[in-house]
Design a protein around this ligand. Structure first.
Ligand SMILES: Cc1ncc(COP(=O)(O)O)c(C=O)c1O
Length: 411
């Protein structure tokens, strides 16, 4: 047991080796303030991983649902039976449908979403559209997933990257961001949900700060879209990217970039591809004339199998809806925190419940070892420096938390 216990926690720890035989008894579990309601229908049955595992790692990779597998099979059948002919109608429409449906998840108007294969290439479209000659500063925070700062660190010389430090490793004060954004700032690029603390950032407030100085705001929403209701228009963000890997249940290989409608026409990326061309089937090697809508920010042929996996995953996310998903994950997160703290574990979480997303960090002096021990018991979690990271989603139940905490606190 390497997870660091919270030394001043007043309640007796229920899972020491002394009590191991009793640990499974419900009498030894806390009366959680959060009663976790049953999902509205048996979604868990649609995620076969739960037949053999306790899955608590959706912030790394959302669980595979049967609908994604069925859609991927449909795509393979089309490939087998129709070959390239499937492009002419079905596959083309699948891409258009995914752009629309990603847009609905984040409240984006039609024509403002471009498809990408990962966040890095989506960021490239933005990074290569900006003019750094008069505004050479890009502001990020120390809590970003590195794919965000790397995009601009790669432009050292042309761009000055300013990293705003987090004082507690959980969130970043708005005043600190405000101090870093000046009249020479081209862009603030930051997360909606921080990947190592789960804290939700007030992106509306960050947008105000950026815009006051004439800068743009790009939000990395990979840890937010799906698990939180997102409204890019109400939040007044300029760019928002996310994708299938995590909370949107699409797996790897598919991501998207939203750009504010009134910005799109003025963006001319210096890195591009034939999907950005407004008449791509003229195959004209002499002129590049970009789409008027957000497709001008796309590049090459999107990967069809991930697109189909994502369409299947979105069926579930849309059916439940982000508001219902959020209602459920709030209760799950409360329950997980209650159980962990009652068992004497130290948590690294945002102070205010409304700033917490479905990522819960447990302090550990051997996170990799703890995650291995959990995996040996078929409990899938994740390690980050100094922490075990657990991320319940709508398909989880309180018993999943119980199993993980019991395993982590057993000697
Ligand atoms: C917040 C966040 N952004 C981006 C990424 C990944 O970026 P990319 O798609 O470039 O691999 C991750 C993790 O996979 C993440 O947690």
């Amino acid at each position: 047991m390497a997870v660091t216990p919270f030394s001043v926690w007043p309640l007796p720890r229920p899972y020491g080796s002394r009590l191991r035989g009793l640990a499974a008894s419900p009498i030894f579990f806390p009366m959680s303030a959060a009663t976790v309601p049953a999902p509205p229908r048996d979604y868990r049955a649609e995620f076969p991983i739960f037949r053999r595992s306790v899955y608590l790692n959706s912030c790394s990779l959302g669980a595979l649902c049967t609908r994604s597998r069925a859609r991927v099979n449909e795509c393979l059948d089309l490939w087998e039976q129709r070959g390239a002919a499937a492009w002419y109608d079905v596959w083309w429409e699948a891409l258009a449908s995914l752009r629309r449906r990603y847009g609905l998840v984040i409240g984006a108007p039609p024509g403002t979403v471009a498809l990408h294969s990962n966040i890095s290439t989506a960021l490239t479209a933005v990074a290569e559209s900006l003019d750094y000659r008069l505004r050479r500063r890009v502001v990020v925070t120390s809590l970003e997933f590195p794919t965000v700062p790397y995009q601009w660190l790669a432009k050292a010389g042309e761009v000055e990257v300013v990293v705003v430090e987090s004082p507690d490793g959980i969130s970043v004060p708005l005043e600190a961001i405000e101090r870093a954004v000046d009249g020479k700032t081209a862009l603030v690029a930051t997360s909606h949900v921080f990947f190592t603390s789960g804290a939700i950032q007030d992106i509306r407030a960050v947008a105000e700060i950026a815009h006051r100085r004439g800068a743009l705001l790009l939000v990395d929403g990979y840890q937010a879209a799906g698990q939180l209701p997102v409204d890019v228009v109400a939040s007044d963000v300029d760019f928002y990217c996310a994708g299938g890997l995590k909370w949107l249940l699409g797996g790897s290989g598919v991501a998207f970039l939203y750009a504010r409608a009134d910005l799109i026409g003025g963006l001319t990326p210096r890195a591009t591809g034939w999907f950005a061309h407004r008449e791509q089937f003229r195959f004209d090697p002499r002129s590049l004339s970009l789409h008027a809508d957000a497709r001008r920010l796309e590049a090459g042929t999107p990967p069809l199998l991930p697109v189909y996996a994502q369409l299947g995953g979105l069926d579930v996310v849309e059916e439940l809806g982000p508001a219902e998903i959020r209602r459920r994950t709030i209760r799950l997160v409360e329950d997980l925190i209650d159980q962990a703290q009652w068992a004497g574990l130290r948590t690294k979480i945002a102070a205010r419940p409304d700033e917490r997303s479905a990522i819960v960090m447990l302090t550990s002096d051997d996170p990799a070892g703890d995650v291995r021990r959990l995996a040996d018991a078929s409990i899938i979690a994740d390690a980050r420096p100094g922490h075990v990271r657990l991320s319940p989603y709508f398909y989880n139940v309180a018993d999943d938390h119980r199993a993980a905490i019991e395993r982590l606190t057993r000697d």
